[in-house]
Design a protein around this ligand. Structure first.
Ligand code: FAS
Ligand code: PHB
Length: 397
């Protein structure tokens, strides 16, 4: 078999890249190790930057999002029982962001692929990337016990943090940056009406977050120690704990109910510099991971896909390779911006085990400064809403 671009991974990065390339007339095949059902049952991100919303609309993927998504003008921060303050993204930047869950985006992307008759091959195994530094790379994989080979011009590694693509780059060529946080997030989904706003809470008992998926579906998180056992967290224990971390008037507003999903995710920051090796280009979690505090993971996958699809289009439409050559550096500028703000918010809002009294005071005065400074709030709003994608002319192309 032969195609122009092989896409590894049918997560949001892979499926969005497939849709955009297909709309540009570029032939691609998606190879996914799990079943479609497995991909669709994963509960993950929920907040979309303006740039993500605009790109989905641009490619005709925004109808259901615009019907079911929840537009927000900003988010609240509250700490140590004091009154909350609102980071007003709309007032400061005339931008908004959308609460619309990743699972829905995956469904929308798969439906778009079905309508297009896109080639999405699931439940593949033993996938290997070959001849990456030649002009004729290819992949081999097995499916239903049969081994296949797929020749291509380029490979897009969209296979997430535990995928095979990044590992196919020789370790001496990968400059990796990593930071593990000494806690995780216990998240639940419940069929209960959410609070009106997205609220981040810093409390002596630990971080907490109130978010939503729809007017009848709430998403809540609490910081839990590294290595916590989900089986020790009954719904009652969760609701009692999260209520204790919000001011009483907010806690009293929280409608509790049975969890329909409950899981603990570790928190880490990770960046792989380079996002290209020969004819292989990494996009999304395959190249970087952020703690969910800044709601950046999914949005970074989208910005990588924006840059990579633009670069492939310039090559196939005009024979120009400059955007492909610039891809890694261009994508990494936005990656590091999101990695830094996610790291900043994680340090600002969480209680670090073993943190000193000095650390605690410094954190509280950072929160006081943020609460009182218009300029500090504009700076946070600008990064939370998502920096603009770099225009082509910024790259003199
Ligand atoms: P994904 O990991 O989503 O997709 C990669 C795909 O590649 C998967 O379908 C996988 O099965 C496939 N794959 C892997 N290895 C393969 C192989 N060898 N061959 C073929 N296919 C292979 N982000 C936020 O912004 N907010 C959040 O609240 C948030 N919560 C999260 C909670 C959890 C538990 C996790 C794990 C992530 C969370 N994220 C969150 C981040 C998340 O949304 C990612 O940023 C997003 O899924 C990235 O999309 P992809 O890069 O497509 O990677
Ligand atoms: C979510 O709704 O899942 C969510 C919201 C904000 C975050 C992280 C996750 O920072």
């Amino acid at each position: 078999m032969k195609t122009q671009v092989v896409i590894i991974g049918a997560g949001p990065a892979g499926m969005l890249l497939c849709e955009i390339l297909s709309q540009h007339g570029i032939d691609c095949v998606v190879l996914e190790k799990n079943s479609r059902a497995h991909v669709l049952e994963r509960i993950r991100a929920g907040v979309l930057e303006q740039g993500t919303v605009d790109l989905l609309r641009q490619y005709g993927l925004g109808q259901r999002m615009d019907q079911e998504g929840h537009v927000h003008d900003g988010m609240k921060i509250v700490w140590a029982g004091r009154e909350s303050f609102f980071i007003d993204v709309k007032k400061h930047l005339n931008k908004q962001f959308m609460a619309y869950e990743q699972t829905n985006i995956q469904e929308d992307l798969f439906l778009a692929a079905d309508r297009r008759g896109a080639k999405v091959i699931t439940e593949v195994a033993n996938l290997q990337l070959m001849d990456l530094s030649s002009n004729h790379p290819h992949v081999t994989f097995t499916q239903n016990g049969e081994t296949s080979r797929l020749d291509c011009d380029y490979i897009a590694g969209c296979d997430g943090f535990h995928g095979v693509s990044r590992q196919s780059i020789p370790s001496e060529l990968r400059h990796e940056f990593e930071k593990e946080y000494p806690f995780g997030w216990l998240g639940i989904l419940s069929k209960t009406p959410p609070l009106q706003d997205i609220v981040y809470a810093n409390h002596p008992r630990g971080f907490a977050l109130a978010s939503m998926r729809s007017p009848s579906l709430s998403r809540y998180y609490i910081q839990v120690p590294m290595g916590s056992d989900i089986n020790e967290w009954s719904d009652d224990r969760f609701w009692s704990e999260i209520k204790s971390r919000f001011p009483k008037e907010m806690a009293d507003e929280m409608v509790t109910g049975p969890s329909i999903e409950k899981s603990i995710a570790p928190l880490r920051s990770y960046v792989c510099e380079t996002m290209r090796h020969g004819q292989l280009f990494l996009a999304g979690d395959a190249a970087h991971i952020v703690p969910p505090t800044g709601a950046k993971g999914l949005n970074l996958a989208v910005s990588d896909v924006f840059y990579l699809s633009r670069a492939f289009s310039a090559f196939y439409d005009q024979g120009k390779t400059q955007l492909l050559d610039e891809y890694s550096a261009t994508a990494l500028r936005r990656v590091w911006s999101s990695v830094r703000i996610s790291w900043y918010l994680t340090n600002l809002l969480h209680r670090f085990p073993g943190g000193s009294d000095f650390d605690q005071r410094a954190q509280e005065h950072e929160l006081d400064y943020l609460k009182s400074s218009y300029h500090a709030q504009v700076a946070l709003a600008e990064q939370y809403a998502g920096l603009p994608f770099e225009a082509r002319n910024a790259l003199n192309t």
